[in-house]
Ligand binder design. Structure first.
Ligand SMILES: [Ca+2]
Length: 497
């Protein structure tokens, strides 16, 4: 038995010992507890309940069988920081402050204490943005965040404890493989990570800390965000578990082991909620923060991609605006409210979480939010909410935008590059002087986005183009170039095939 396995068994043992069946009053409160578990870069097809047949995820599959599994749920963005910013603020990337992992101007280049080693230029979530925790804290919830934050912009003043979380234990810098993470935050202090959790990733530690918080706050409503570090690259794990003897390459065995171990941690949370007599009054959510990785080079990545097809049947992956970059697994269990094993096709995204939590906690739905409450979908009062636009923008390969309306998705490329799949490195982008150009897909018949049908549906494209022209607001941290700005006044749609 290796060290990681022993640690997991210890975690289980600790909670078997600590979890006494009391806490009966906790089930009587009107406001349900909320536990939101978020994986990092987990693909749409990485879980058994979403069709994966090579990686075992029995706990999350059981969660899906006991709750609501969404087919058309989207992250806030295609990469970590802006996606989490949308989740926290209820604002889409055309409005929220953090619109990319790295900003274009005005951020900090270097985290304090990095001894001259420059990091990317980052911006954090400012006090002017109301967070989920700000909102729920005011409503009487105890609030805690454990694991990855990624919204500090290297400033202590942007840490979770300054943004509505009563307690924060976790890491702030994005890279789970960073040696900087020999340390962690405890609220706004830096402490050394316990030796027994020195191996990357540290999901076991974050899970243990989240469960400790739940146990301490079981007698009043609590909101816990457990932000796991897996399966984000570099796909490093010391114990490949049941996959160690497979014929896959090392990377693939690691990936499968990471996802299965993440599932074990979700299982620990489920077990603790039950043993603490909190299961009935706790909304438990599991999701990813953006799409899974997708790479066709080098060879080990290609094999990994082929084995698991993390985003199947979607096109592309993390950092793309094709469905594979933003559509995510999302499961929600609310005992007594959500029907077991129900599948929901309602299009939703991270901007909807804040209005939904407000609705659930008995608060007015925030007027500033770009989202809508999904409460009636959860309760089964309705199968379908009103049609609306869901919006994403990103500057990673030049400014581009995406919008979903009904079953249509339109992409507008106003920057310098468009990724093309099946090609490699520098040649995997299409360069054109013809901007902006567009892609339109009908997801009801083409979920894999194989056929750009913009020429066939100019009336649909015109409606969506009008929305794209007005969805963006200026940001001091992500200023547009003159050409990008001009594209926002586009009246005539061109296309590029
Ligand atoms: Ca991520």
């Amino acid at each position: 038995m290796n060290r990681v396995t022993i640690l997991i068994l210890l975690l289980i043992l600790v909670y078997n010992l600590q979890a006494s069946p009391g806490g009966k009053d906790a089930g009587k409160v009107d406001q349900p507890n909320i536990v939101f578990i978020m994986a990092d870069d987990l693909g749409y097809h990485d879980l058994g309940c979403y069709g994966q047949d090579r990686i075992l995820t029995p706990n999350i599959d059981r969660l899906a069988s006991e709750g609501l599994r969404f087919t058309d749920f989207y992250a806030g963005a295609a990469v970590c920081a802006p996606s989490r910013a949308v989740l926290q603020t209820g604002l889409h990337t055309g409005h929220t402050t953090v619109r990319g992992n790295d900003c274009r101007q005005g951020g900090l280049y270097q985290p304090p204490g990095s001894e001259g080693r420059p990091g990317p230029m980052r911006i954090g979530i400012p006090s002017s943005d109301t967070t989920l925790a700000d909102m729920l804290q005011k409503a009487g919830y105890s609030t805690g965040l454990f694991g990855k934050w990624h919204l500090s912009g290297y400033l202590y003043e942007n840490l979770p404890v300054k943004r509505g979380y009563d307690e924060y234990k976790g890491s702030c810098i994005a890279d789970p493989g960073s040696s900087r993470q020999g340390f962690m935050f405890h609220n706004d202090s830096v402490v050394r990570i316990p030796e027994e959790f020195s191996a990357e990733p540290r999901d076991g530690l974050w899970t243990l800390l989240a469960l400790d918080f739940i146990k301490r706050h079981r007698d009043k409503p609590f909101f816990v965000m457990l932000c796991l570090s897996t399966p984000h690259k570099p796909f490093s794990i010391s114990d490949q578990g049941i996959y160690a003897d497979s014929a896959w390459n090392d990377m693939s065995r690691n990936y499968a082991a990471l996802v299965s171990r993440m599932d074990t941690h979700v299982g620990l949370v489920m077990k603790a909620l039950k043993e603490l007599d909190l299961e009935e009054n706790t909304i438990l959510i599991f999701c990813s923060d953006n799409g899974g990785e997708y790479r066709e080079i080098p060879e080990d990545w290609a094999e990994w991609t082929k084995i698991f097809v993390s985003n199947k049947p979607l096109k592309g992956g993390k950092a793309d605006f094709y469905e594979g970059g933003i559509r995510i697994p999302f499961i929600l269990r609310w005992p007594g409210i959500t029907d077991p094993a129900r599948i929901c096709n309602q299009p939703l995204y991270f901007a909807d979480v804040m209005p939904t939590f407000a609705d659930i906690a008995g608060l007015p739905v925030p007027k500033w939010s770009d989202g809508i409450s999904m409460r009636k979908v959860l309760t089964g009062e309705t199968e379908k909410l009103e049609d609306r636009f869901m919006y994403w923008e990103f500057e990673h390969r030049g400014f581009h935008q995406a919008v979903r309306w009904k079953n249509w998705v339109m992409l507008r490329w106003t920057g310098k590059q468009q990724r093309i799949y099946g090609q490699e490195s520098d040649s995997d982008v299409r360069r054109s002087t013809m901007y902006p150009f567009y892609e339109l897909y009908n997801l009801s018949s083409d979920i894999s986005q194989d056929d750009n049908v913009i020429e066939l549906h100019p009336e649909v494209a015109a409606v969506m183009n009008e929305y794209l022209n007005k969805a963006h607001t200026d940001s001091p941290y992500f200023p547009l170039t003159e050409r990008e700005r001009n594209s926002l006044d586009s009246l005539n749609i061109t296309w590029f095939r």
